[in-house]
Design a protein around this ligand. Sequence first.
Ligand code: FAD
Length: 469
Amino acid sequence: MTYDAQVLVVGAGPTGMTLAAELRFQGVPVTVLERDLEPTPQVRSLGLHARTLEVLAMRGILPRFLDLGTTYPVGGVFAGVGAGRPLELAGRHAHVLGIPQTTTDRLLEEWAVGLGADLRRGAEVVAIAQDDAGVDVTLADGSTLRAAYVVGCDGGRSTVRRLLGIGFPGEPARSEWLLTEAEVGVTPEEVTAAMAQATPGRGGVGPAPHAPGTYRVVLLTDEVAPRDAPPPTLDDVRAQLHKAIGTDLGLHSPRFVSRFGDATRLAERYRSGRVLLAGDAAHIHPPVGGQGQNLGIQDAVNLGWKLAAALRGHDVLDTYQAERRPVAADVLDTTRVLRVLMWGGADGAAVRSLLTELTAYDGVHRHLVEKVTRTATRYDLGAEDPLVGRALPDLEVGAGTLFDLTHEGRWLLLDPAGRHAPDRHGVDHVVADCPALPAPAVLLRPDGHVAWAGDGDLTEILDRWVGRG
Ligand SMILES: Cc1cc2nc3c(=O)[nH]c(=O)nc-3n(C[C@H](O)[C@H](O)[C@H](O)COP(=O)(O)OP(=O)(O)OC[C@H]3O[C@@H](n4cnc5c(N)ncnc54)[C@H](O)[C@@H]3O)c2cc1C
């Protein structure tokens, strides 16, 4: 069977580029089809959470992000609840990294392309047809490409999801905001004075943390724009700002103007035959807690090695939906709670006060923070051992750390006692001290989650999880 690429990824956002990089680690030829000719100037996300930082550290590229961002403590990520109370999370990457999405997206693109991903811009997918052996993708210019698998990472309004006929049930947007980064025609003191008059919950104006001289403006609008409404303009922002604080602050020279809403939806399925969905194409929610980009990157890390395994004839692709859809459902619920805390008026304030009292209990505080940092996600792999399905933090192993050993996305058999284990494709058998390892040995998947932990026969364990190849 001739393919133009083994895998076609639709969309070069953070999800698509992370998936492309993960596929390259597995030696899979991948082409990314991106509609836009240039990366978007829109700065949506302003930060990354701890599990994403762990994932980037696992692949050895975290320093590139740390160099261009600012780290903050994790306390307070649950809409500020418990902020200021000390909280220790396991692992050396347990913080928030403030970094604009345009920078994150650029670094992910450079990473994937550097690993050999073929990125084609100006390539809009308009049709998909699949048969038993592959998928044909048609682009807006009429050309077609064939691949063994296609993954729709094409955002909340996913064309791939629509073409597959996959339902996207949930709540429509009830509120909408305008977002811009622009310069102001007044002094910083005048901005502060004007914002003091603003009604809480209707948005605000503040210095853009990553762009000196520029202000980030987020404003609640009067109504949700229809789906086919033209893009918003700076005049729309000025008018809304005038209504909110009685002045438009002389706003000018915008870097971009956009709108976003609080629609909350989850795809009914993540897979239809040889086509899968990841990132915003599979789940959308309001940006409270800053989780969408993180969730998409983590979807991609779960899916990459599974696609590679499927291409080698070991189809574990259904585990992708089984593991990742419940995580997205939980994130959606978390954002429903955060929405109430942030915009719920007196009801929200009462819930906040109760939760703040409860954070006096360390376990409660930790649980709330882990809802957002996603450092405690456990996949149900059918084992009772609470370690199985969890991601290990960056433990000390030998003279280095665990994540020094995971840069190439291979399976890892961490076996301090050094027992007999047969050679298996894509598996590293590491015999080294690991004082904090909570089991005699563990088998770690390429995404860093524990597939098996214990003291059993390693040949049998490897046969079961990675096959005999
Ligand atoms: C105001 C705001 C603040 C946010 N803050 C945070 C935050 O702090 N932290 C966080 O984690 N998340 C945050 N998010 C969410 C985050 O921006 C998204 O979840 C993230 O961009 C999703 O990544 P993605 O790759 O799945 O989709 P996208 O980033 O939407 O990328 C999809 C890509 O697919 C392309 N595409 C679409 N259709 C086609 C087609 N037919 N053919 C080819 N290409 C196509 C698009 O051009 C685009 O490049 C925020 C969102 C908003 C709106």
